[in-house]
Design a protein. Structure first.
Length: 472
């Protein structure tokens, strides 16, 4: 099936992989987080496949405990530094850089993002996060982490100031006429004279207007304030729903909020995160899924209540049958992990247990009623409660079907692909899934332009100071 509307694809770059054990998978590069040539090489794989962007996350605090649950977020390069090196090694792919306004200043962020947009010739994007990790406060001389309302009040004004600073130079303000000696048109450079509740910023910015006019703004979150900001300001929304029903609700809500702010539905693109495990055959893909999970250590069964730190993504459950029992409502402790779970358990589990059993079957194709290796085991139950977010496991046709279904039924405009291990997952997706999407007419075969805005089908916004001058 072909369609004029096409998917947008981003690559979430966690050097150790988005699976906790991804750094241990054969062929992965355990020290990739600090190897810029490796980071550049992975980005070029995504660029060759015509991905819209590479996504660089960030956190402003760390904890050695993350080594057991989320090593990719425990320690990595500062994203603007990495992004500059990526820009120098690529030509077309967008580069998303995370920056937290809660612990920054509008002038600094405007300067960094505008500079990156110039260095990359129009490929920069700012992922605005307000920060859910309270540990960051202690690293920035704060007595406490602000509550959500304070953070979003700050962020709303922060964005307004950054946008004014980006526009403080009109296009063409830098004349640079060597014959006449006229370097600048001073009438096209503007002080912003912002005097608000949180910020007083004179301007202008000391970097010319970004090539994209306004750097692409990305945002994620599900709270009311987050949705408000996304509908009003974001060009791309990074969504986190793991089931299609909630994804459709979120999609419709953000599009409605965009319309309420005078924006077209096509002006805000919603891209859920998706972990993809793909191989030539379904059986091979399931084997990869199983091997990844087998690399995760198990916890003693008597460790029940305490969960382990999982960074800004919440808390990870202990990997044992005690955790399983607590969640599904049935005591399964003491069973051999590789033994088959009896089919009678389906009548005993609670609603969470029923969902977990269904999820295990979706990911592994194993069931309670099958025979031999096709039966669900107790080890599967542990893996089933531990897996976070949206995951698809299968051959290229099955994965493409999944993406197409979400795309065509009001759940997504594309996806932010989570590679469980790097570079293997990136290689597999670009080699197997992208050609199938292109065959269906769902994904580009060439970039439509050079800038990130062009990839997204977004026009360059009019300069607000130029438009004010034209109106007087």
């Amino acid at each position: 099936m072909t369609t004029t509307r096409q998917l947008h694809l981003g690559l979430m770059f966690w050097a150790t992989g988005t699976h906790t054990a991804g750094w241990r998978y054969p062929g992965s590069k355990a020290d990739g987080a600090y190897d810029i040539e490796f980071i550049q090489a992975v980005t070029r794989i995504a660029e060759a496949a015509k991905f819209d962007f590479l996504f660089l996350g960030d956190r402003l605090a760390t904890d050695p405990a993350l080594a057991a649950t989320n090593p990719a977020q425990m320690s990595r390069l500062e994203p603007f530094t990495a992004a500059a090196a990526i820009a120098a090694a690529t030509e077309s792919i967008g580069i998303v850089v995370t920056a937290n306004p809660t612990y920054s200043d509008p002038y600094t962020i405007a300067r960094l993002t505008a500079s990156l947009d110039h260095l990359s010739r129009g490929r920069a994007s700012w992922n605005l996060v307000t920060g859910a990790d309270a540990a960051a406060a202690a690293n920035f001389s704060r007595a406490e982490h602000w509550d959500a309302e304070h953070r979003y009040d700050w962020a709303d004004e922060f964005v307004d100031v950054v946008r004014d600073l980006w526009d403080s130079w009109e296009d063409g303000a830098l004349v640079r006429d060597q014959e006449s000696g006229r370097y600048i048109d001073p009438s096209a450079v503007h002080a912003i004279d912002h005097d608000g509740e949180h910020f007083r910023v004179a301007g202008p910015l000391n970097v010319a207007r970004p090539p994209q006019g306004q750097v692409v703004l990305l945002h994620a979150g599900t709270s009311e304030r987050s949705r408000e900001l996304a509908g009003r300001e974001a060009d791309v929304v990074f969504a986190g729903q793991s089931d299609i029903t909630s994804a459709r609700e979120y999609y419709a809500d953000i599009k409605a909020r965009a319309a309420a702010n005078g924006r077209g539905a096509e002006e805000v693109l919603i891209l859920p995160g998706l972990s993809v495990i793909v191989a030539e055959t379904t059986a091979e893909a399931v084997a990869v899924y199983d091997r990844l999970n087998a690399l995760l250590p198990l916890d003693p069964e008597d460790e029940v209540v305490e969960s382990v730190r999982f960074g800004g993504l919440g808390q990870a459950l202990k990997r044992n049958l005690a955790s399983v029992s607590r969640i599904i409502g049935v005591d399964v402790t003491g069973n051999p992990l590789d033994a088959a779970v009896p089919s009678s358990i389906a009548d005993e589990v609670n609603e969470d247990g029923a969902r977990i059993l269904a999820r295990i079957t979706t990911l592994t194709r194993r069931t309670l009623d099958a025979t031999g290796d096709a039966r669900i085991t107790y080890r599967d139950l542990i893996d089933g409660i531990a897996r976070q977010g949206a995951v698809v496991v299968g051959d290229p046709i099955e994965v493409a079907d999944h993406l197409q279904f979400w795309f065509e039924t009001g759940a997504a405009d594309g996806f932010n692909i989570f590679p469980d291990f790097v570079p293997g997952s990136v290689d597999a997706f670009t080699r197997l899934v992208v050609p199938e999407l292109q065959r269906r007419g769902l994904f580009r075969t060439e970039y439509e332009g050079r800038t990130f805005r062009e990839h997204l089908g977004l026009s360059v916004p009019e300069n607000r100071f130029a438009s004010e001058g034209a109106a007087t």
